[in-house]
Design a protein. Structure first.
Length: 381
């Protein structure tokens, strides 16, 4: 009985505690999905840095070329012309080839900086987009509107996997990734370079090009630079991006493990919290199932409550994502149920991925192997 309550008690407490901030997050998202007709919309540059092959690049670029924004330019940056699939370019895109000179960071960082240097002088805002994601017409407007909030140093969206057509592992990835997307809100600790905006003058005031000289992703360096001057990365819910691509089991586990290795290095406290929570969640589930098989009616109810709370939170995540991605309402009508019913299964997958990331700092990405991740940047206290 001791082991039953050792796992089940904390598991139930954690499940209840995790729901505490849901109402606040719902209010936050609802308020920021409302358009602000009074918001200033200065000239902007949207930069799409290429790195590797992108599914449906032509469709995604077409969406970026038809944004509801008064004045912006669209720049696609690639190392070579052969990196761009034939027929993928819309009419209004400007292409920059060759990357940034004198930069030793990743190919994507080089292309991001090359796009900044090629932007028109009229641009007051720089926005970065990912060629693998599908944006809404309001995407850029939402990011720029978020920059007008008090203490906003930069604005970010995030991405949600909406595999089309779906298969088992692609839907598993969607459910597995949903708790990461749910981290964005009032106390935002996440930044994604695939949906990001920053004022151009502030970008250079922070000396971001120098910070990115040797960077791999650039996200941690920018996040810390903004924090060091007392500003925040503001989440713009309407700047969420749909990723319709599919994945295999091997690709999914490789990418998930890589993300958690990076998280352990750059957000160690958050990683430890996730590992401890999933040890108790899975331990509580297993203990309740064993006790239920042995005839304990109390264990049956404990299992129902634990699973019910987790599935309820999954429903809330999917509901908010549906509001943030209105162009994909039909996908949610057909497949949102997996974000409820598959939560118990994916909880175990989370535990496996976290444990597999606990004993190494080696990752592989786009054909490159990194044997030792660089230390996390330091923020001002």
């Amino acid at each position: 009985m001791f082991w039953f309550w050792f796992f089940v008690g904390p598991a139930l407490a954690l499940a209840i505690f995790s729901l505490r901030g849901e109402r606040k997050r719902v209010q936050f998202v609802a308020e920021r999905l409302e358009p602000n007709p009074q918001a200033a919309l200065p000239p902007a540059t949207v930069i799409v840095p290429m790195e590797g092959l992108k599914d449906r690049l032509g469709e995604n670029l077409a969406a970026l070329a038809s944004l509801d924004y008064p004045e912006y330019e669209l720049i696609l940056v690639a190392r070579r012309a052969s990196d761009i699939p034939g027929g993928a370019l819309p009419r209004r895109v400007n292409v920059v080839l060759g990357g940034a000179k004198g930069v030793t960071g990743s190919e994507k960082i080089q292309n991001m900086l090359a796009g900044v240097r090629s932007s028109t002088k009229r641009s007051e805002v720089i926005a970065f987009a990912d060629g693998a994601g599908r944006v809404s017409k309001a995407w850029l407007r939402a990011l720029v509107q978020a920059l007008s909030e008090p203490r906003a140093g930069a604005a970010t969206g995030f991405y949600w996997y909406l595999p089309d057509p779906p298969d088992f592992w692609s839907l598993v990835r969607s459910v597995w990734h949903a708790p990461i997307a749910a981290l964005l809100g009032t106390d935002n600790r996440v930044l994604w370079r695939g949906s990001l905006a920053i004022r151009k003058a502030f970008f250079f005031d922070l000396q971001v090009p120098q910070l990115w000289q040797n960077a791999e992703s650039g996200e941690d360096e920018l996040r810390c630079a903004v924090a060091n001057v007392g500003l925040q990365i503001v989440f713009a819910p309407a700047a969420m991006v749909a990723c319709p691509g599919r994945t295999s089991m091997r690709e999914f586990f490789g990418a998930a493990r890589r993300q958690m290795i990076i998280a352990r290095q750059h957000w160690p406290a958050l990683w430890r919290e996730a590992l401890a929570a999933h040890l108790f969640y899975c331990g509580g589930m297993a203990a309740a199932i064993v006790a239920s098989i042995r005839g304990s009616r109390g264990a049956e109810w404990a299992l129902v409550v634990q699973l019910g709370l987790g599935m309820l939170k999954g429903v809330n995540r999917a509901t908010l994502a549906k509001a943030e991605l209105p162009d994909h309402e039909q996908w949610f009508k057909r497949h949102a149920w997996v974000h409820s019913l598959w939560v118990p299964l994916v909880t175990w997958i989370w535990l496996c991925v976290l444990l597999s990331s606990a004993f190494t700092r080696k990752i592989s990405w786009l054909g490159r192997r990194y044997d030792d991740l660089p230390p996390a940047s330091k923020t001002a206290s």
